[in-house]
Design a protein around this ligand. Sequence first.
Ligand code: SER
Length: 632
Amino acid sequence: MSTRYPCCGNRRGSPTTDFYISIAKNFIFNKINLNMTSQELRREFLNFFIRKGHKIIPSASLIPKETDPTVLFTTAGMHPLVPYLLGEKHPFGKKLVNIQKCVRTRDIDKAGDATHLTFFEMLGYWSLNDYWKEESIKNSFNFFTEILKLDKNRISVTVFEGNKDIHRDTKTAQIWETIIKFPKKRIYYLPTEDNFWGPTGQIGPCGPCTEIFYDMNLPICGKNCKPGCHCSKYVEIGNNVFMEYEKTDKNKFVKLKQKNVDVGLGLERIAMIMQNATTVYETDLFLPIIREIRKYTGSTQANLKSERIIADHIKGAVFLISEGILPSNVERGYVLRRILRRAIRYGKLLNLPKNFLNSLVQKVIEIYQNVYPEIKIKQTDILTVIQNENEKFEKTLEAGLKELKSQIADCKFKKIKNLTGKVVFDLYQSYGFPLELTKEIAKEQSLEIDEQGFNEEFKKHQKLSRTASSGMFKSGLADASERTVKYHTATHLLHQALRQVLGNQVIQKGSNITAERLRFDFSYPQKMTEEQIKKVENIVNEKIKENLLVICREMNLENAKKSGALGLFEEKYGEKVKVYFIGDPSDSSRPVFSKEICAGPHINRASELGHFKIIKEESSSAGVRRIKATLD
Ligand code: SER
């Protein structure tokens, strides 16, 4: 089965290699060693697994589909595969491979170190109830040592030490030792935090894992330094997850119907090793951006962290905007706002000119346009969104400066030499002032800042926001998937009813489902009238009463489009897709009500939904409305 794969670009020739070589020639400081460009690395990886019988699946959207509403972004290649890890049949078979764009918000504050990134690409491969531990470990190890020719002596591995629910993974350690002939002294047992992976949300597939580390030949950071340590000596380059469990809403781990292997390797980190770099920022995936920043600043040690944060964040922002996300104060939009504003702030710290982000956007596009063409297509939107946000943020910064000046005056009046941690944190939190910026301004006025106090406030806040975000999607979903599935089917009815009442220009812009309600965002420029809301509600309830059948048909994308199925066609679907019909397409006596391309899952008959009620209609962002609705 053939498939469209965005990462490969043109498979007949190799323009992409030329492209990277041309970048290399342009390096101002040409320290990079292009032993293997990132594009060659992508290709070697895919080819290796194709030779081993895997089928390529395209990189999915950064916005997860409703299959897992507890997470904001696609954080790993397995994310879009959840239904198949749980037992659904994948149209491409049991052995899959891909390169997935990912965003991990928990790493935002770590960006700027050697290896943590907000946006990254994951080289992933899967066995869905096909081969198991031994073959997957061999695959990963052979890819690293035979294809990439990494030094075996610098590799070490970790395995799961066990916990009260799941036993120690001695089998995996034994495979490393006896089949791979890996030295026992470099096999480490680590606890759940390190060697048990998933689920991505609160429930779902998960399992013990074995991680592969590469020694960067740096000195150890202390006597406990070993793989899993957070200094940059041991870099995790691969993770084989043995997904045979599912975490349930009751906080229990039950065995899945099938045994899966989910493997992820970090492209940027491997590129770093292949290109003899010491941080991901010195690879071809980052250098053009860093070089652009240095056109303004020159290269000084003191700027390193700021320029890396800017480079990481602008990349994340470009990809998020290309998916249609706009800066806002909630959820995905908030993450985008946060990284954009952080990039702007650090730009100020480096005295970069106003609108410096525009030329960096250009660099991000140059690096990725042959791999993810959508960012080139969306270039104008991306630049507009960034410029608008820049202007809004300027105003906030002005207000922050006023506040800071008044705090400084207060200190001087009271003859205090320190800005308190609380003041510094408030400036950070409410006005987006980085610690370093406040410190610098305070210093100009011969004041110090209470850094320790700031850190304490910061920790307090982190704890609070962790609690808030785990409550954000309420356990809900869990109590149980049956309810979530009902809400999911209800969104299809709602989508179609909205189109009937408001017109066919209405299209889904987002969806979030908990056990308590559905939330549905759609394009429409103005507030709905009471009458329109009532009409939509009535149509949905009529269709429920008609007890329409919900039917899934697999078909190729072209036929799905021809059938008139709704879908977000800017996204990359595989060649085969599932279309969910509400109303039986083979029953010519009654028209089908809704047709949507969707991964599922859904209920079987509309009558299972009960009564549908719209509880709120409000604005979500410019040109996008939001409906919250319940079933009872
Ligand atoms: N899901 C695992 C990870 O993200 C392996 O792909 O590390």
